[in-house]
Design a protein around this ligand. Sequence first.
Ligand code: MLT
Length: 304
Amino acid sequence: MFKIQTLNNISVTGLNRLPRERYEIASELAHPDAILVRSAKLHELPIPPSLKAVGRAGAGVNNIPVDALSAKGIAVFNTPGANANAVKELVLAGMLLAARNIAQSWQFARNLTGDDAALNQAVEAGKKQFVGFELPGRTLGVIGLGAIGVLVANAARALGMRVIGYDPSITVRSAWQLESQVEAALSVDDLVTRSDFISFHVPLTEQTRHMIHAERLRVMRDGAVLLNFSRAGIIDDHAAVEALNSGKLYAYICDFPSNLLKDHPRVVTLPHLGASTHEAEENCAVMVADQVRAYLEDGSVHNS
Ligand code: MLT
């Protein structure tokens, strides 16, 4: 029996579905063996001397002081892949949202008032104002071909899109488990010049911060759409706003709240909902608890 402390908003629902004889969930624990978190920032907390492992119920580890913990011999686990389907589905929704002007036309429709004649007139105006476009034949560029990027790439192929992918750290096509018709881009520059939609699935690092900057926005296809369901900071938002204002960029779907972006008519911001499905929360909670349990029991590491 291990005591596991959950901080902040990890899905305790998910953990509660585990056999309770294996775990005890303590809300306050003076000497935890392990701490599991979803979004809580561990940088801000003292590291308890008893700590042996930290688990992050999610893919990214920006909220975990990995180097400081590793220096003390504390193991860090994350859950790559456990929420990949949830993120993929929201990316697909984001593409359709942009292509069919759903956010803008929804705003338009909810502000309508008047009798049937007035509403019919508004319907005609709306049909003209919100003409969209279809996905087959359009090109999706996927940057980052880990668990999520691969699912997004294959799903877009199934929708009839042309897909090109780029991943700086993986060069072996078979390792990507990609549809055979997913084409490899030579570089980020190569990908951005050839894509109608670009979806980002890389962690935020010094190498990826502002990966999309003014220069790259200038060489994008006219009317391109950016989808950032990864981390804020990967796109230079000031440059993106300029590109939206000039019409170079058609839309920007961003899974982060942002004061700069929230009122722009061609931007949709979300409160980081990519992984927020019941299924993904449960998958992440179970995976991270199992990994930490195995590590505490016999030192084995299952961080796949
Ligand atoms: C992730 O890194 O997988 C996501 O940020 C998960 C989350 O929303 O907590």
